[in-house]
Design a protein around this ligand. Sequence first.
Ligand code: UD1
Length: 438
Amino acid sequence: MAAKTDKDHYIINGGNPLRGEVVIGGAKNAALAIIAASVMTDETVTIENIPDVRDTNVMMEAMEGIGVKIKRLDRHTIEVNGSQVENVNIDTENIRKIRASYYLLGALLGKYRHAEVPLPGGCDIGSRPIDQHVKGFKALGSKVSIERGIMKATADRLSAAHIYMDVVTVGATINVMLSSVLAEGKTIIENAAKEPHVVDVANFLNSMGANIKGAGTDVIRIRGVERLHSCTYSVIPDQIEAGTFMYAAAITGGDILVRNVIPKHLESISAKLEEIGCNIEEFDDAVRVTASGRLQPTHIKTLPYPGYPTDMQPQAGVALALADGVSTITESIFENRFKYVDELTRMGANIRVEGNTAIIDGVEGFTGAHISAPDLRAGASLVLAALAADGATVIDNVRLIERGYEDFDEKIRALGGDIIKTADVKQEIKKSKFKVVG
Ligand code: UD1
């Protein structure tokens, strides 16, 4: 639980269209796997463009807890040295809270043939099985057990395997890559996830001396090497942070130049924004989104990359809740990703959820209310709703948003949004211009 003094609330006064430029940071989900993977060599690895968010900091603290030396060269650059790992048993309270803790299992198993890590937590967005990770580790010759919430993987030797993933999973694809780069022989992963961060992790491992081919396609081939070595690597830009600011322009009727992005990674998002009436301009490493007039309805189904990302589903839900007509969103990756709907309903949205589909009847506007961030992406999306709402909105639990967005409130303020972060909502309301809190 957050301490009472934590600034865990936003107060947002809606109505300003967001305009200007925003610079996107490194991809959280790539960084988490890359930080974990950096222990796989005894030499020092330099990683640039790490986002300074809660999840990456929790990951680094957990690694320091087992003897990994991490030097922070500046806010976004670290040096990692994994030569003095004291044990391969990670058990800190925090690591249970992040999903990506399981990457330490693949990385430590690959390097030391033994790892013990608490079962992963992360956002409560539905059942999140790890059977495909277990299947991959076992196929490589590891024994896997779960005792008292700790997952243990042990192997005398790891040898190559031909692994068919039963579902397309980012986590298991990366974990099998991690545990097989130092295995004997050539591992093949079929039905692999193709997300940009899968490719980024493969590129990172290759720059440490691994031999991985095919990342970004359905079939990844990993020829085991004897050892990995030092490298300097820069994490790719965060596709989801970028997409969130693109939707910020759409939802507030603004005009935002989203800088330091790879436009190719944003194509499914840009295409939907165009469909709902936004204007998109692509540059080499930037995308500009301009919106004016009422948004148009559409239909969205979340899918593995290059389909429309599940992590961009709540942002779309907020935009479509303001569209001129009826839209549908079908969530095919995680079953519990509509938790923002109840909060958005309190702001005046008209949405019905039936199974894994939300039927959204657009309204002309939202009104401010006192709401709570249910999870990381849903929380960020509710901030966008509040920025477009009439009056003031208080959002609790913003630490969940800070798991994945660096300086979210500051970046919004720089674009003209009226947002403050506070530990004491009552005090702030008393002394400030915030008038309406429903
Ligand atoms: C990662 C991202 C998360 C994103 C998701 C999908 C991180 C830390 N998190 O989560 O933000 O929403 O990818 O892009 O990178 N599944 C199984 N068995 C398994 C593993 C997964 O059935 O062993 C299922 C899941 O329940 C889900 C689907 O596969 O339905 C995709 O999950 P996966 O891609 O693994 O998501 P995560 O890696 O957990």
